[in-house]
Design a protein around this ligand. Structure first.
Ligand code: SAH
Length: 203
């Protein structure tokens, strides 16, 4: 497995997890030659696997290594899911596109992860039965933070979410909950695929 380019990321937990998970398992066959490139890559159905640097950035920003329960919205290829599962005790992940959810589940089960729980649904309302979450990682861009996700964040919990219009520059925003109040910090400029609201048809 080749070295990934992770810029200024120096959180040791995150670096260890990024080393432990081979990105090639999550990249389509025909793109294997560029599996370790410093970019997002298409995974079919108009979706993409995130850039490794952004995965590392989101993972370290929410301090996944300190988490008992993490919720991820947008399983996609399952790459970010695997990184989170290396660090957190339990990971709950929701994907809206049926085929992608099924594929990621089989990849992650094949790799031996036992601490990941999958759901194929619109993640807008989160996963109430399993709340509260110590961290929430949203990997699709939306204009405003879904209120149910805020409700499902634990005290001292952290959420990272790309906020902004689809197709435009969005910003990763870190939301922290302390004594019941939310603080918002604008971080990196990013470009994520849009957060969608209806069950997509299988193609
Ligand atoms: N972290 C993933 C990123 C995948 S792209 C990876 O690195 O592979 C974002 C994913 O979010 C897409 O698979 C898209 O289908 C999914 N998505 C978009 N809106 C969603 C919603 N409302 N609920 C759940 N998943 C959603």
């Amino acid at each position: 497995m080749k070295e990934l380019f992770l810029r200024e990321i120096n959180d040791q937990n995150t670096l260890k997890a990024m080393k432990a998970v081979d990105r090639k398992h999550f990249v389509p066959e025909k793109l294997q030659a560029i599996a370790y490139s410093d970019s997002a890559l298409p995974i079919g159905q108009g979706q993409s696997i995130s850039q490794p640097y952004i995965v590392a950035y989101m993972t370290s920003t929410v301090k996944a290594g300190d988490c008992r329960k993490v919720l991820e919205i947008g399983t996609g290829s399952g790459y970010q899911t695997a990184i989170l599962a290396e660090l957190a005790r339990e990971v709950f992940t929701i994907e809206i596109i049926h085929n992608l959810g099924i594929k990621a589940k089989s990849t992650l089960e094949r790799l031996g992860y036992k601490n990941i729980h999958f759901k194929i649904a619109d993640g807008y309302k989160g996963w109430k039965e399993m709340a509260p979450f110590d961290a929430i990682v949203v990997t699709a861009a939306i204009q405003d933070t879904p209120p149910d996700l805020l409700d499902q964040l634990a005290e001292n919990g952290r959420m990272i979410i790309p906020l902004g219009a689809a197709g435009n520059t969005q910003y990763l925003v870190l939301i922290e909950k302390k004594t019941g109040r939310f603080s918002y910090k604008r971080k990196l400029a990013v470009r994520f695929v849009p957060f969608t609201r209806t069950e997509s048809e299988d193609k």
